[in-house]
Design a protein around this ligand. Structure first.
Ligand SMILES: *Cc1c(COP(=O)(O)O)cnc(C)c1O
Length: 495
């Protein structure tokens, strides 16, 4: 069997295997490692409808990560998707009025980042062993709120790793912030920056691409990798739950095998929806991929005009994990839209960094037509939380509500009646103030008052991820300017 190669989106000569791509995180030319062909996967839903999440994971992961052995993948899967998820289904599918919500928040940190970050540390240590790597791996991560905590939960005290997380000081919810600043583990470091998520992500990319810094690390037996969705080891595990969700729809008789299903995804860095695109490429019967944004609606405009223009005000919203103006993974879709042309992709990405925009021309219309896009305002998002509560006695978190509101708009506009799954990316317990205010109209509650109110409203117990957060000791208090991030890294690493 041929080994699948992952190519940098900016250099056709930069190709690596899956395990190498996971270890490196980002390509040093500034691009992202991306599949240029798709593996054959036998999506037989007569069989898959009875498969466990772990079995579906094995099918998908073994196809995409084909330089891992079967034993290695079993080890990773069995350690990742175990009792740290509070539901044996791992990603349960809930039927609501007119939609299906795929709950991706049953892991350690109650956001969908756990779906991939529970397994990424196992991939990384397995890949390191495979390649006889002696360096310590330093995970550098920019977070808009959820990746940081989920990555630390996965990497805390993992031998041979160090993890440094940067988050925007005023850009995350109180619960998200406390989840990070109370993180234990001698190898974890958390830094708040005076800046927004894009500043954090840009400076992380700059450090990755800084050759002098790389050499300095190497001289100290260190090397960087990434836990952001720029790492293909984050994306591939996200393909699994789209296949799994489809299998559940077949199993419960909601659809016939082969029928097309739409997915609506609340989108920030474009990682989650890109995984759905890859699910389609291996044969999942997907109708539309509906890209839902909040008021940072750069992607909505892009799909409408094919001009990506980041030159606009950054808005802090109630769905902070989607407060992003530069969606890193869109680069991978652009690459595919341009027929996997690294030269053209690099031109557009250079234009984005020098002039703040680019226009997509000469693209594959079949790929672009797969996508629909719209955004929800803050008011529409709150109204949707209330609507779903009234209709179903179910409380969506604000990110999920953005997707759910956008889906309703899309349906009203197009009349598309295809069964639609909403990627439900966080538990409302992560954003209790917003959820409670939307349902009851009661403003001004503290996060901890809201947690109690949410329990009463929803009848769902406060999850361990946030229970006790109020009294947990804060261990990380560092705040730096955005242009001092590298200095912080060098200090932590003793460089
Ligand atoms: C990260 C995140 C998103 C956005 O996902 P992307 O893969 O970055 O597009 C949406 N909702 C929540 C709750 C998140 O944590």
């Amino acid at each position: 069997m041929m080994t699948l190669l992952y190519q940098s989106t900016r250099d056709a000569n930069n190709t690596v295997t899956a395990s190498q791509a996971i270890l490196q995180g980002l390509a040093t030319d500034g691009g992202l490692f991306t599949p240029t062909s798709y593996p054959q996967v036998d999506l037989d839903f007569d069989k898959l409808q009875n498969a466990s999440y772990q079995e579906v994971a094995k099918l998908v992961l073994s196809a995409f990560l084909d330089d891992f052995t079967e034993e290695e993948l079993d080890y990773c899967i069995n350690h990742a998707y175990d009792s740290k998820f509070d539901d044996v289904a791992i990603a349960p599918l809930v039927k609501l009025d007119g939609q299906y919500n795929l709950e991706l928040f049953h892991g350690n940190t109650i956001a969908f980042k756990d779906m991939a970050l529970s397994i990424l540390p196992y991939f990384m240590t397995t890949a390191a062993k495979k390649h006889g790597l002696e360096n310590k791996i330093v995970i550098l991560t920019a977070t808009s709120g959820d990746t940081g905590k989920a990555a630390m939960a996965g990497f805390a005290d993992v031998p041979g790793t160090e993890i440094i997380v940067f988050y925007p000081k005023d850009g995350v919810s109180k619960v998200q912030e406390l989840q990070m600043t109370t993180q234990t583990g001698a190898n974890t470091h958390v830094v708040a920056i005076d800046g927004n998520f894009d500043d954090a992500q840009t400076n992380v990319k700059v450090m990755f691409n800084d050759q002098a810094l790389r050499e300095k690390l190497a001289a100290n037996n260190l090397q960087f990798s990434s836990a952001n969705s720029m790492n293909i080891g984050r994306l591939v595990p996200q393909i699994v739950y789209y296949v799994y969700a489809y299998a559940q729809l077949v199993k419960t008789g909601e659809i016939e095998a082969g029928e097309k299903v739409n997915f609506t995804v609340p989108t920030g860095n474009f990682g989650n929806i890109l995984a759905a695109f890859y699910a389609k490429q291996i044969g999942l019967p997907v109708g539309k991929l509906i890209c839902a944004s909040n008021e940072n609606n750069v992607l909505t405009d892009f799909f409408k005009t094919r001009v990506y223009d980041k030159k606009r005000g950054f808005k802090v919203t109630t769905s902070p994990s989607m407060d992003i103006l530069v969606s890193s993974n869109l680069e991978r879709l652009i690459f595919h839209l341009l027929g996997n042309d690294a030269g053209k992709t690099k031109e557009l990405m250079d234009s984005l960094s020098t002039s703040g925009q680019y226009e997509l021309t000469g693209f594959d219309t079949e790929i672009l037509d797969l996508f629909a896009a719209a955004y929800a305002t803050e008011a529409e998002t709150a109204t949707e939380i209330k609507r779903v509560y009234d209709a179903d006695n179910y409380i969506e978190d604000p990110h999920t509500a953005v997707a759910s509101a956008v889906f309703k708009k899309y349906q009203a506009e197009t009349g598309d009646e295809a069964p639609t799954v909403i990627a439900s990316t966080a538990s409302p317990y992560k954003f209790p103030v917003v959820a409670v205010e939307a349902v009851t109209g009661k403003a001004g509650l503290s996060d901890f008052e809201a947690l109690a109110a949410l329990q009463t409203l929803s009848g769902v117990a406060v999850p361990p991820a946030v229970d006790g957060l109020e009294t947990a000791p804060v261990r990380h208090k560092t705040v730096v300017a955005a242009d001092e991030m590298q200095k912080a890294v060098e200090t932590y690493l003793g460089l």
